[in-house]
Design a binder for this molecule. Structure first.
Ligand code: ADP
Ligand code: MG
Ligand code: ZN
Length: 594
């Protein structure tokens, strides 16, 4: 019996008991109680012939008169009614068997409590046992098995041509290992999929299993480590056992960096647990026979923080890099996600794709979905190009917040701020086109200037970075030039500009004073827990030099922005005034003004 069935039964029994108790208490109150009389009165009524029937229960006489009145009397023990002149031929006399009718009361009062207590104990035991079972299964892996239901194949993955080619090898090995064994080739046990979030790592791993037609075990690395110490390692063991039983198959460990970070940092309580889990993974991977047809795929977007032990030959020695899609690939990804949606034939997918530079596969999927939602909200039957354009905007810039009310003063400042961004951007960045400038709140920003590179870019020069910084600072410069004051509106711009400047100096070696060396960034090292171990990354002198170099880059770019805006002050005013009037200015009109 299931626990909830037992619960129902117990509930029913208890309610029955309650009902009978209530009846015993209150029952007599509802029916009129019989009148207590003497036995001679009943004998007299009998003589008068007014009695309808008599119930005899031991010595209690219950007489019902013809008019319905009930009388009650007691007779002496062991003396028949006949002694009082009452015979059964004139009225009905029912003599109650003293033994019958005693069954239910006895049952209820004697057996039922036992039954209830027994049921209760049984119930408690079941519960305790359930908890036990749960405790035991903590060590079991929570890997989800997507068996043969997994129909994802390489056809569902657009672009990613090289990664697919590299993984084809793995697929072939899973399908027909003989070919490889014959020639003595060893197939990698572990393949690391590296790429930014949303480029399709999980999708590709699933497709490998689907393409080979083998089961797919997926687990997120963070699931290994839970509340209890030691669980992680035993989960790893369990997962590998499960996989070996199901070979050939694919194990997929998502977000490997959650446990695969470099050891030895010695920080935080979860650290030991992580280390044990990681060790167990290494042990299991080494313990694999080469002919075990289990392939381990793992995904991460931070390969730089992984423990070197994970990456050495025999473990995750293959690395497949997934990069953000270029324009052609974006077209393909869009097409895949448009497959089951009623998209109007006139939609120019390549135009949509050129407006989505820098988006990942996941972003593109989101674009198609948002477009469908927009179309549905407007009650359209098909999705139009306009829907796609609006959706691209929403995905890149966040939803509009028209309800946010700015005062006139604030609006004016925002208009000049955004115009500053637009004019400097237009002047410096020849490879980008301005899509839209607006002072309607969007996401976190009070206004926005949206520009889009004309082509995909793979390399950035020092000048590109300086131009980026100049454009970011231009909003602030315009505010200061026109109103001669500074506002908080520019804080996000400053943050981003500083980040770019720091990268230029510390990562890309673009500062002459420091030269072509990477000077690691402190926050990064604290994240790895390495800085504490090595005490200090660089000297105070170096730190001061970095700071001054960063400042120099920023000040120079600011000067650039200032020059442009001073030169184009009339344009700035014109654009800002128009922006105040129209709130949003689109590409074509912008081209005319600037
Ligand atoms: P990651 O694991 O790299 O963060 P996912 O594989 O989870 O990214 O991708 C999220 C979603 O984005 C996928 O489910 C898929 O729908 C879509 N997607 C990403 N890349 C592609 C691609 N190359 N082709 C088709 N769809 C893609
Ligand atoms: Mg993923
Ligand atoms: Zn700004």
């Amino acid at each position: 019996m299931k626990p909830n069935q037992i619960r129902t039964i117990v509930t029913i029994i208890i309610s029955l008991l309650l009902a009978s108790a209530l009846y015993n208490f209150f029952g007599p109150l509802f029916s009129k109680p019989p009148k207590d009389v003497s036995i001679s009165e009943i004998a007299k009524d009998y003589q008068d012939g007014t009695i309808d029937k008599i119930n005899l229960n031991n010595d209690e006489i219950l007489a019902t008169l013809k008019d319905g009145t009930k009388l009650k009397a007691y007779k002496e023990q062991g003396i028949s009614l006949v002694k009082y002149g009452i015979t059964p031929d004139k009225v009905d006399i029912n003599v109650k068997n003293p033994d019958s009718g005693a069954f239910w009361p006895t049952f209820l009062s004697v057996i039922l409590p036992f039954l209830l207590i027994g049921g209760f104990i049984y119930f408690m035991l079941r519960q305790a046992q359930g908890a036990n079972v749960k405790a035991m299964s903590f060590g079991k892996s929570t890997a989800r098995l997507a068996g043969l239901k997994n129909k994802t194949t390489f056809n569902d993955v657009a672009g990613l041509k090289e990664p697919k080619e590299e993984l084809m090898e793995v697929v072939e090995f899973l399908k027909s290992p003989g070919k490889f064994k014959l020639i003595g080739a060893e197939i990698p046990k572990g393949v690391l999929l590296v790429g930014a979030p949303g480029v399709g790592k999980t999708l590709l791993a699933r497709a490998v299993a689907g393409e080979a037609g083998v089961p797919f075990f997926s687990i997120s690395a963070s699931e290994f480590v839970e509340m209890f110490v030691g669980v992680g390692a035993s989960r790893v063991r369990d997962m590998f056992n499960k996989a070996k039983r199901n070979a050939p198959c694919v194990i997929f460990i998502d977000e490997l960096d959650a446990i695969g970070r470099q050891r030895g940092a010695g920080l935080g309580g979860s650290h030991d647990e992580r280390e044990q889990t990681l060790n167990q993974i290494l042990v299991e991977m080494d313990g694999f026979e080469t002919d075990t047809r289990v392939i381990i795929l793992a995904a991460t977007n931070r390969p730089d923080v992984l423990d070197p032990a994970l990456l050495r030959p025999g473990r995750f020695d293959r690395r497949v890099v997934l990069s953000l899609p270029d324009k052609k690939e974006r077209v393909e990804i869009l097409q895949i996600h448009m497959r089951n949606k009623p998209v109007e034939k006139s939609v120019d997918i390549s135009r949509v794709a050129s407006n989505t530079v820098g988006m990942s596969g996941a972003d593109l999927k989101n674009v198609v979905n948002e477009a469908a939602i927009l179309a549905a909200r407007k009650g359209q039957k098909t999705i139009t190009e306009l829907n796609f354009m609006e959706s691209v905007e929403k995905v890149t810039l966040g939803p509009e917040r028209r309800s946010k009310v700015m005062s006139n003063e604030e609006k004016k400042i925002a208009a000049y701020h955004e115009s500053g961004h637009a004019i400097v951007g237009k002047a410096l960045k020849l490879d980008e086109s301005l899509q839209k400038v607006s002072i309607i709140s969007r996401g976190m920003a009070l206004g926005y200037t949206w520009s889009m590179p004309n082509e995909d870019r793979y390399m950035r020069s020092q000048e590109d970075f300086e131009n980026d910084i100049a454009q970011l600072l231009a909003g602030r410069v315009a505010e200061k030039m026109i109103f001669n004051k500074l506002t908080t509106g520019a804080s996000n711009d400053l943050e981003r500009a500083t980040k770019i400047a720091k990268d230029m100096v510390q990562v890309y070696g673009m500062s002459e004073a420091i030269g072509p060396v990477v000077v690691a960034q402190r926050d990064e090292l604290v994240f790895l827990g390495r800085e504490l171990g090595e005490h200090k990354v660089h000297s105070e002198k170096m730190a001061a030099l970095i700071d001054s170099e960063v400042e120099k880059v920023i000040l120079e770019s600011e000067k650039k922005a200032k020059n442009i805006l001073t030169h184009d002050k009339t344009k700035l005013k014109k654009l800002a005034e128009l922006l105040l009037k129209k709130e949003t200015i689109e590409h074509d009109e912008l081209e005319k003004i600037i």
